[in-house]
Ligand binder design. Structure first.
Ligand SMILES: NC(=O)c1ccc[n+]([C@@H]2O[C@H](COP(=O)([O-])OP(=O)(O)OC[C@H]3O[C@@H](n4cnc5c(N)ncnc54)[C@H](O)[C@@H]3O)[C@@H](O)[C@H]2O)c1
Length: 264
């Protein structure tokens, strides 16, 4: 069996979950060859813990000089995906966790073209949601599509869209955002990647309605998806345990990348 060389851009909560799985279950299929992360110390600790020896750097140019990477897993940030995506897809297949970067349709279409021109694939994982096959199948007749995301104030804290609520004493669930996916990802770049993922399989980010609810009693990250059209009505309801390392991220998001690796 061919062994693939894997690079990580970003190695926090999700990247660590994926490395853990690869080392324990897929080491005959993947070599972890490169980790790019601003936090070099953390990447070095991971290497020691998992007894692996990737090149560790905070410099994207090291990746650009390497010739042997088959697949990149981007689990860094929307800003990093925006900055580096075009370089990445010219060199390898790329799984993007920070799907929010794709809310700019011009950027996304160019990325798809660049990847295709270099015989590479842009891979969008379902992340913290699912049912995207059904949404894709009915997309031409969707008349309404929305996602309602409910998280604890702790999970939303730090986002630009949460600035006015940082010192607010929530006693019951409150809507703190209602608008398009395009604006949602700008205000909540670490929380609303799911809205952009949904939009890529449906009507696009400008026509995907997003509601963000801060609920002081909710323990999980919750996403309700509703759509209507000629086909009827579809609803999905996700109540997801948080990643142990990052309450903004749901554990399912890492598992969705692991599923792609199993099938790669
Ligand atoms: N698609 C989905 O459904 C979904 C779900 C949850 C999270 N996400 C997104 O996935 C990404 C990773 O999530 P996480 O919970 O692992 O985040 P995290 O904050 O735990 O880890 C991110 C890591 O990337 C590194 N990093 C960030 N920007 C970088 C840059 N410009 N250059 C180099 N390293 C950089 C950080 O140092 C950190 O180690 C985030 O963008 C998050 O919003 C997507």
């Amino acid at each position: 069996m061919k062994k693939y060389n894997l690079a990580f851009l970003g190695c926090g909560a999700m990247g660590t979950e994926v490395i853990d799985y690869v080392v324990n279950n897929l080491k005959n299929k993947f070599n972890i060859t490169l980790i790019i992360d601003n936090e070099i110390n953390n990447a070095e600790k991971l290497s020691t813990k998992y007894n692996i020896s990737p090149v560790i750097t905070n410099d994207i140019n090291i990746f650009l000089e390497m010739q042997n990477i088959d697949l990149v897993i981007e689990t860094a940030s929307v800003q990093a995906a925006n900055q580096y995506a075009n370089d990445l897809v010219k060199k390898a297949d790329v799984i993007f966790a920070s799907v929010g970067a794709m809310s700019d349709q011009v950027f996304y279409n160019k990325l798809l073209d660049d990847a295709a021109n270099h015989n590479n694939n842009v891979i969008i994982p379902p992340g913290a949601i699912g049912g995207l096959d059904a949404i894709d199948a009915v997309k031409d007749s969707i008349t309404f599509i929305e996602i309602i995301t409910t998280k604890s104030p702790e999970s939303l804290s730090g986002a630009k869209g949460f600035l006015d609520y940082e010192n607010y004493n929530f006693t019951s669930p409150e809507v703190i955002y209602n608008g398009t996916a395009t604006n949602a990802i700008k205000l909540f770049p670490k929380n609303l990647n799911v809205a952009v993922t949904l939009s890529l399989f449906g009507l696009g980010p400008d026509k995907t309605n997003v509601t963000v609810v801060a609920d002081p009693d909710v323990k999980m990250n919750c996403h309700k998806i509703n759509l209507k059209g000629q086909f009827g009505e579809i609803s999905f309801d996700f109540k997801l345990e948080k990643s142990i390392k990052n309450p903004k991220t749901s554990a399912l998001a890492g598992l969705s990348i692991i599923k792609i690796l199993k099938d790669y």
